[in-house]
Design a protein around this ligand. Structure first.
Ligand code: NAD
Length: 252
């Protein structure tokens, strides 16, 4: 129960990685606040799975693009110690076909959403005397181009720099900022692509040195580690769990 007494907000908490994070944070004693754009009814299974470990876990329908809604929801919380800025989308399109709207949607949700949630939470942490953890979900493709997801990779590259920038500026307030960078997980965004896009599954079959996609539980365990006392001297880091995907590979 290393997180007993801490309050943790998770965005994208109804999704596959977010609900695993919420569950494991609750298992470690944190009080969990789940935010997602989905209506409560659509998130009910995720909420139940988290409430099995934190009976007081709450859920709110929050769009991370809506700064006013984020601030209102934060105002209602007595405290916030840990933020997992995890909400995200991916829409696969060849570079030549990406619409301006799709490009903007990725930046708004994946990057500016993290800015809104982290800045608003950091202000609350500073006002409460400082201290806290801002944890973001990046991706191994923040640094490695992957076909047909240019808007996504660019948004995650922005997330990595946001982590480093916030880590530097918030260190004097005792706020530590780090990220997990998952590889290809057989759930959530990549899980959908694996099921629905044959060309994606064919690429994935050759891309993972360790031979298989990762699990939401492994990513969530890394998030708990970044929230824990063991990482009290760590800030500005991107913790990659990608089965070796980002190691440079020659064909054959
Ligand atoms: N699944 C993977 O292989 C993988 C790999 C690397 C990184 N990631 C990252 O993990 C994070 C979680 O993704 P996932 O794989 O669990 O997918 P998911 O689709 O299961 O979960 C994403 C959640 O974000 C929510 N969301 C979308 N737009 C939102 C908004 N505007 N405001 C609030 N919530 C919103 C969705 O409703 C959904 O519940 C994302 O940031 C994603 O980029 C996933």
């Amino acid at each position: 129960m290393q997180l007993a007494g801490k309050t943790a907000i998770i965005t994208g908490a109804a999704g596959d990685l977010g609900k695993a994070m919420a569950r494991q944070l609750a298992e470690n004693g944190a009080h969990v606040v789940m935010w997602d754009i989905l209506p409560r009814a659509a998130a009910s299974a995720a909420i139940k799975s988290v409430q099995a470990h934190d009976a007081a876990a709450s859920y709110a329908e929050i769009d991370v693009r809506d700064r006013a809604a984020v601030e209102r929801a934060l105002d209602k919380l007595p405290r916030v110690d840990i933020v997992c800025a995890n909400a995200g989308i991916v829409e696969a399109q060849p570079f030549l076909d990406i619409s301006a709207d799709a490009w903007q949607r990725h930046l708004d949700i994946n990057l500016t959403g993290c800015f809104h949630v982290c800045q608003a939470a950091a202000r609350k942490m500073v006002a409460a005397g400082g201290g806290g953890r801002l944890l973001l979900t990046s991706s191994w493709v923040a640094e490695i181009p992957w076909p047909e997801i240019s808007a996504y990779t660019v948004s995650k590259a922005g997330v990595n720099m946001l982590v480093k920038q916030m880590a530097r500026e918030l260190a004097p307030h005792g706020i530590l900022v780090n990220a997990v960078a998952p590889g290809i997980v057989n759930a959530g965004l990549a899980g959908r692509q694996l099921r629905e896009e044959p060309q994606y599954a064919a690429r994935v079959a050759k891309a993972i040195p360790l031979g298989a996609p990762g699990s939401p539980e492994a990513i969530a365990a890394a998030m708990v580690y970044l929230a824990s006392p063991q990482t009290a001297y760590m800030t500005g880091s991107i913790l990659t769990l990608d089965g070796g995907c980002s190691l440079f590979q020659f064909d054959g």
